[in-house]
Design a protein around this ligand. Structure first.
Ligand code: FES
Ligand code: FES
Length: 160
């Protein structure tokens, strides 16, 4: 099968993927780079389980064609903890505030929330809700998820 060579930044590292041009970013992350934090739920851009951040924006990687990633900067859930393994405040807050139930939606929720907090470190509850409007939780733990994001914002503010 014909392959293309796509170079981009992945979690801070310069990488090149040799994959069929029909592949999505999600398929490339999971099957070429073996980064399985981003999940495939619907595969159609509707559930947010596959959310990653590209150049600061939360995107659905399941519908993002890999050729369009050339030269961009991609951050996945695997790239947000510290190099020493210290969890990101969002990861800590989700654990401490029961924001995780089965966990299937969690990496997507956290990446959408990270995209928000990077732009707006003190969001209102409404802004938090809007930021995760494209992320579905089949366990319906939305209250704890919103509270976890609020707590993460407080933790980040307290650390500055
Ligand atoms: S798997 Fe990408 S939006 Fe559902
Ligand atoms: S925690 Fe199960 S889908 Fe959200």
């Amino acid at each position: 099968m014909k392959k293309v060579s796509i170079s981009f930044t992945l979690n801070g590292d310069e990488v090149t993927a040799e994959v069929p041009p029909s592949w999505t970013l999600l398929k490339t992350l999971r099957e070429y780079f073996e980064l399985t934090g981003a999940k495939e739920g619907c595969g159609a851009g509707e559930c947010g389980a596959c959310t990653v951040i590209i150049d600061g924006e939360a995107v659905n990687s399941c519908i993002y064609p890999i050729p369009e990633v050339e030269g961009k900067s991609v951050t996945t859930i695997e790239g947000i903890a510290g190099k020493d393994g210290t969890l990101h405040p969002l990861q800590k807050a989700f654990i401490e505030n029961n924001g995780v139930q089965c966990g299937f939606c969690t990496s997507g929720m956290i990446m959408s929330a990270k995209s928000l907090l990077d732009r707006n470190p003190a969001p209102t509850r409404d802004e938090i809700r809007k930021s995760i409007a494209g992320n579905l939780c089949r366990c319906t733990g939305y209250v704890q998820i919103v509270e976890s994001i609020e707590k993460a914002a407080e933790m980040i503010k307290g650390a500055k």
